[in-house]
Design a protein around this ligand. Structure first.
Ligand SMILES: [Cu+2]
Length: 375
């Protein structure tokens, strides 16, 4: 073998196989985002259908590959021999056969696929938990509607649901609490619980899932929505009925520390740096431009589920959020509106909002301590 053909015949395939193996290893089983490891009724049905189609496809694939290799070897050119195969024209049986067989195979795949699409779109069950998800750039707001005289709960990044009960999600890109605020298209996806569903401006899609086991499942926006799309994650925390009810009740309570009680930190948060233009720490039933922070400290992650909620991360975030998650937030001071183009949260150390001083680290620490007291 010459050097060149050795490269082509051995090296390239080997490199190809190794790099595919590395790529596929990224789909490991333990990333909490494995649609082949369903943990919900709906995801299980999708997985069963997928496996059924894979088996059919594998048979066809093996048949085609083996047939091709067999024909290539059996009918290969050999010196001194004219191996032209027998020529056939207008064989009715063959032609009917290769038209009907694929049609039958497609029908076998189509019938369960279409029936599952209808099955997954069944109307809400009477005992279902109804939750509204609003896709924003680039985080998820979750709203638990008002019930039995109790106010609604607005939170972000972490979706708490009870185990074994249907969760009926209303998916929106427009937030009726903020008139005129519509977002771009997102897609709500928790691979271990159900398939994807687009979140569209101007309409409401719905999606239900029923988690079978308690635990934490990872979700991800699955429709490209701009700069930080890849960071737009969330968590689904599946709890027992009692834990879920306790969580919801605690979210309905007022803040553990009011702005007035927070003293200097409260003043930095509301007056000096006007965080209250986009956030609230006083009322968990309000939907505002940024995430509702009334019970921030009850969450384990923040910033679209991208960072663990630790004091160090929070201080860095308060000082310079756009350095931790790319955002188009140079113009951000007030919530967006006419003449104020803003996507995200401003930096308080670089390009600070007009008229605001540069924040010191000790101020950020004071604000972080206050926010971390909001259990
Ligand atoms: Cu997205």
């Amino acid at each position: 073998m010459t050097k060149r053909s050795w490269r082509r015949r051995v090296l390239l395939p080997v490199v190809g196989i190794i790099s595919s193996a590395v790529l596929v290893a990224g789909c490991g089983p333990d990333n909490s985002q494995n649609s082949l490891q369903p943990a919900g009724e709906e995801a299980r049905k999708i997985d069963d259908l997928f496996m059924f189609v894979v088996v059919i496809a594998a048979f066809i694939g093996v048949f085609v590959v083996v047939g091709t290799v067999y024909a290539a070897i059996r009918f290969r050119a050999r010196p001194g021999r004219d191996d032209r195969p027998k020529q056939t024209h207008g064989n009715t049986a063959l032609e009917v056969g290769w038209t009907l067989l694929p049609a039958v195979i497609l029908a076998v795949v189509a019938v369960p696929t279409i029936s599952l699409i209808f099955d997954l779109n069944e109307p809400k069950k009477p005992d279902a938990v109804e939750i509204i998800a609003v896709g924003k750039q680039w985080w998820w707001q979750f709203e638990y509607p008002a019930q039995d005289g109790e106010p609604r709960v607005v939170t972000a990044n972490e979706l708490h649901v009870p185990v074994g009960r249907e969760v009926f999600m209303k998916l929106r890109a427009c937030d009726p609490s903020l008139p005129g605020e519509c977002n771009v298209i997102h897609s709500f996806w928790v691979p271990e619980l159900n398939g994807k569903r687009d979140v569209m401006p101007g309409r409401q899609n719905t999606l239900s899932f029923t988690a079978e086991k308690e635990g934490v499942y990872f979700g991800q926006c699955a429709e490209y929505c701009g700069l930080s799309h890849a960071n737009m994650r969330f968590r689904v925390i599946v709890q027992s009925e009692d834990e879920y009810a306790d969580w919801l009740a605690s979210q309905r309570e007022g803040p553990a520390v009011t702005l007035a009680q927070a003293g200097e930190a409260g003043n930095l948060f509301s007056a000096k740096y006007a965080c209250t233009n986009c956030h609230t720490t006083e009322d968990s039933s309000l939907s505002v431009y940024g995430p509702n922070l009334t019970h921030l400290a009850s969450r384990s992650v923040f910033a679209s589920g991208y960072y663990k909620l630790t004091k160090a991360n929070l201080v860095d975030w308060i000082l310079n959020a756009p350095s931790m998650i790319p955002m188009e937030s140079k113009e951000c001071r007030l919530p967006p509106g006419p003449g104020n183009v803003c996507v995200g949260m401003p930096s308080y150390v670089n390009d600070t909002p007009p008229g605001l001083p540069t924040m010191t680290r000790s101020e950020a620490v004071q604000i972080a301590d206050y926010l971390l007291s909001l259990k």
